[in-house]
Every structure is written in C-alpha cells, then in structure tokens.
Design a protein. Sequence first.
Length: 457
Amino acid sequence: MVRKPSLSHDALLLLGAEKLAQIILDEAEGNPSFRKRVNAALAGTNGPDAVGKLIDRRLSALERARAMISWEKERAFAEDLQATVTTILKELGPLSKAHAVQRLVRFVDTHGSVFDRIDDSNGRIQRVYWDAVEAMPDLVKQLVPKDLAIMPERLMTSLAKDSHGLAHAMAVSVIPLLPATVLSDWDARLERVTEGNVLEIRQAIADARGDLDLYLALEERRPAYRQNPLQAAERLLAANRLVEALAWVRCERKGGLAYASASDIADGRINRVHDLEKVGCEARILEAMKDRPAAQALRWAAFESTLNAAILRDYIQKLDDFAEFDELDKAFAFVAKSSQAYCALDFFLQWPRLDLAAKLILDKSDHWDGRNYDALLSAAKMVEPDYPLAATVLYRALLTNILDRGKSQAYGHGARYLAKLGELSKIVPEDPRIETHVTYVRGLKKAHERKAGFWSL
C-alpha cells in the first residue's frame, strides 16, 4: 500500500521554487484570504513599512465600513478578518514586533463597529477577535523597553473604545509584562480617572507589582455587585494572611452567575457558580489555620445541601486513614434518602455507583417524570448494560409521559423507547416491583388506542 506523503517544510522544499510558485498562484486565484497573505509576504521583502501599509488599508476599510453584513457572507468575512490577524502575526510580527503590536491593537479596536454590523450568533467573528487578544502577550514580551513604555497609552486609547471586554482582557494580559516603573507611572495616572473599568485595571497593576494592600483597597471601592470577595480571599491565603482571608471569604457576594443542570431543574433548584468555590476556599483557609474539624464540617454541610460529588471527594481525601469507608457509607445513605431524587441519581451516576443508582431508580419508581427527559434518558443509557430493570423503569417514564401529554412531535422518540423496552423485556426477569412488559403494553394500548400517529410508528 502506497503511503500518503506528509506535508512538511523539508518535503515542500523538494518540489522546487517553480512548482511551489505555481501552486501558490493557483490557490490565490480562488482564495481571497490566501491571496492577501501572499501579497503581504511579498511586501515583506521591502520591510515592515510595506507590510504595514497593506494592513493599514484593510484596517481603514474596517473602521469606515457601516453596511450590514448578510449571513451568507459571514464565513467569508470571518476568513478575511482571520487573514488580517494572520498577516499581522506571521508576516509583520517577524519584521517588527512594535509595528505588529500597533496594528493588532488597532484591529481589536474595530470590534465594536464590526459586531454592530453582523449577527454573530454562532460566535465565529468574536472568536477571531478573542484570538487576536490572546496573541497579544507573545508580541509584547518581545518589545524593547522604549516600546513597552508607550503600551499604557495605546491600551488606554483601546479601553476607551471597548464595548465587549476585549480591550480590558488585552490590558490585563499585558500588564504583567510591563516594567515596574511603567506600571507605577500608569497607576499614578489612573488615580485621576474615575470612569470605565479603571479599578479593575488598577487591580491588575497592583497584582503585577505585588501590592496586595492596594488590591484590597481598590476591591472595597468597587460597587457591591461587582466585588469578588473570593478572589481577595485567595490572594490573602497565598500571602498567609489568614485572619483577613477568612473575613473576606465569609463576605456575602452579591449576584454572580447561576447555573442549573438537568437534575437541578428536575428538583427545582439552581446553584451559583462561586458558592462551592467559596466553600473550598474557606475550608483551605481553616486548614491553614490548623482547624481541620471546622474545615471538614464545612465540607460536609456543603455536601448535604448540594449532593456535590467533588465536595464529598475533598471531604473524604482529608479524612484519617481507614475512616473513609464508614464516611462513604454514611454519605451514600444520606444521598439515598434525599428528597432531591434527581440530584441523588446524578450523584450516584457521577461517583460512580451504578448499583446504588439502580436501587434508587427502583425504590422511587413512581417518582420519575418523563418531562425531565434530559436527566432520565442519560441515566437510562448509563444503567442499561448492567441494570436493565432500572433502565426499564426510566424508559417507561419517558414513553408514558409522551403519550399522556399527546406530544405528537415526540412520537418518534416514543416509538424508539417502546422498541428498547421490548429488547430489555427479553433479558429482564419478572420482578414484583414493576409490571411485566406484556401487561405494560396492554395498558398503553387501552389508554392510548386512538393515538394512531404513535402506533403507526
């Protein structure tokens, strides 16, 4: 069998200049983004100013443009933007890091007007801009001192145009790379500025300078809904200022992102992202203060209220030798009796203890509601290989819900569930806890005989 040749630098050199030139011309003919890259490479033979002029023309066009971009042109537009970023990084960057930084900042500054001109629901355009932001530190760290000294001025101009946090993220990523004298002068200048995200920028400067007291003072000046006591506590813990760290971590944080898994939704609850992080941080602070009992009590209380497997693992890891077995039995018994049945099921699946998950399913066979199909379907698939009886209970809940509610658009799913139940019935022995497959199907036909759309499937 002939092996497919691999693309590599050395392999391409073997083709010779004439062959490579023809391939490049052929590709450039039908690929506008590639053609721009080739033109930039050719301009690079005349130095960074020649490449810079090509990029500047594209950036000027982006800055002036106001027309909306239709969805049909979105992909081509994204490729064009990516070609501009690639040209800055791979053609201009090797010639002049200072020129490349200047153009990359200017490119990021166009994000506001570009986002206003296109429906970027899939995030393709935003990804190009975030890639540009993430590329900035590699360029900045190669700048000479005189170019580093003017970075704050460039970033301040960019921050004034920021509408989606891109310039802010760029500034925060660059700040640790700037000399201490530059940061000191920048912070002094920012003391006189009150608008925008100045406090966050100054906090990043304080972090880079190792000035924890300034960081905390700035945190206290932020509006309550924007404060992050957990970050302050983490920094104090790292500095071994434990009493202050404990006070900060116990501050109530206002707002914050909330989330709910399929199991949470089924049990009617939501979580805040930082709450479990807060428990973990406070427990580590207590342990650093030599108060392990309090740390463990905190972890256990958090586990009881959330049934979170990660918290329980932290708790178990900190136990004395040979104590984990009794504590695990205690934890599993608590989960099995929890009123949050869906979260309990999710816990056993995650741990994993599929035997206990199957037992919970059978013990609460009347509890499962097929409307919570996201939680139940994934659970059914996980327990099906080893515990087909438990899977049967969940597939029946899913199917019965579809028919009881007359969800005709889900009849196809229902037909597949019924087929799955038929397969499982061949390997599931009769069990007094659930009716036989024949009896179950007979009941379905009696209750839903007029749903011809389903039975035809």
